[in-house]
Design a protein around this ligand. Structure first.
Ligand SMILES: NC(=O)c1ccc[n+]([C@@H]2O[C@H](COP(=O)([O-])OP(=O)(O)OC[C@H]3O[C@@H](n4cnc5c(N)ncnc54)[C@H](O)[C@@H]3O)[C@@H](O)[C@H]2O)c1
Length: 250
């Protein structure tokens, strides 16, 4: 029996890294649910996949809202069936001097980046535990591995995602479920360009000097690793932190 058409959910699939991951999984034959706060962007990515001969469906969701997440996963189950693969790429990012981070801002980062990941993991894991099979990739960040100046809120949420991933790996590895985390470092995406436009990050020619590979990463660089981690072949890879960073973080 072919397992190529497994049901995959990609959060943040409407833009950047998530879009590249959704596209790659679609090309691999997965039935892809593209989840994003920007419903139009999610629909556009799903339509492009369909035009490419794939099977995809766009769903608008705010991952920080428990009821909305439950509804979105129910829509995926009704459309395609139980969730077998999950990649969590939805997040917000920005720079605020540590002493200027407000309580509200701190809570918003936690709600989207960490609680949003937690809620999607719980939804997907209930399907995966029943099927005794699953693959999950959380997209964390180099900021969660080594900290990042001006990103106290963001770094904390991404460190949390790494710890959450390791814990779920230990709890679910005996049930055929593999979860790993991919922490990228400066990937050329709308999120990165927004920070460059706001002069919070330097332009590409400056950034690439800090990267041994000599270039910024692409969504496709991240998607290639995710596609492997979501495959049947990755069953013995569990709880790992596997960077996509051109050698910048070792
Ligand atoms: N680009 C980088 O250099 C870089 C580096 C390290 C980590 N990351 C991580 O990679 C992931 C993808 O980042 P990207 O660069 O593609 O960013 P992006 O802004 O291009 O994409 C993020 C997507 O998440 C969606 N989103 C935001 N809030 C949401 C919410 N509440 N509910 C649902 N969807 C929501 C956005 O609408 C957007 O489509 C993020 O987790 C980010 O933290 C990116």
């Amino acid at each position: 029996m072919s397992t190529a058409n497994r049901v995959a959910v990609v959060t943040g699939g409407g833009s950047g890294i998530g879009q590249a991951i959704a596209t790659q999984l679609g090309r691999d034959g997965r039935r892809v649910a593209v989840l994003d706060l920007n419903g139009e962007a999610a629909d556009k990515v799903a339509s492009a996949l369909q035009a490419d001969g794939g099977t995809a469906h766009g769903v608008r969701v705010d991952v920080s809202d428990p009821d909305a997440v439950a509804r979105a996963f129910e829509t995926v189950r009704q459309t395609f069936g139980p969730v077998e693969i999950l990649v969590t790429s939805a997040a917000i990012a920005g720079f605020t001097r540590f002493d200027k981070i407000t309580f509200e801002e701190w809570n918003r980062y936690l709600a989207v980046n960490l609680t949003g990941t937690f809620l999607c993991l719980q939804e997907a894991l209930s399907d995966m535990a029943a099927a005794k099979w699953g693959r999950i990739v959380t997209i964390s960040s180099a900021a969660g591995q080594q900290g990042a100046v001006g990103q106290g809120h963001y770094s904390a949420t991404k460190g949390g995602v790494i710890a959450l991933t390791k814990t779920v790996a230990r709890e679910y590895a005996s049930r055929g479920i593999s979860i790993n985390t991919v922490p990228p470092f400066v990937i050329d995406s709308p999120m990165l360009r927004e920070q460059q436009l706001a002069k919070k990050l330097p332009p590409a020619e400056v950034l690439r000097k800090a990267i041994p590979a000599g270039r910024l990463g692409t969504g496709e660089d991240v998607a290639a690793l995710c596609a492997f981690l979501c495959s049947d072949a990755a069953g013995y890879v569990a709880g790992q932190v596997i960077g996509v960073n051109g050698g910048a973080v070792l």
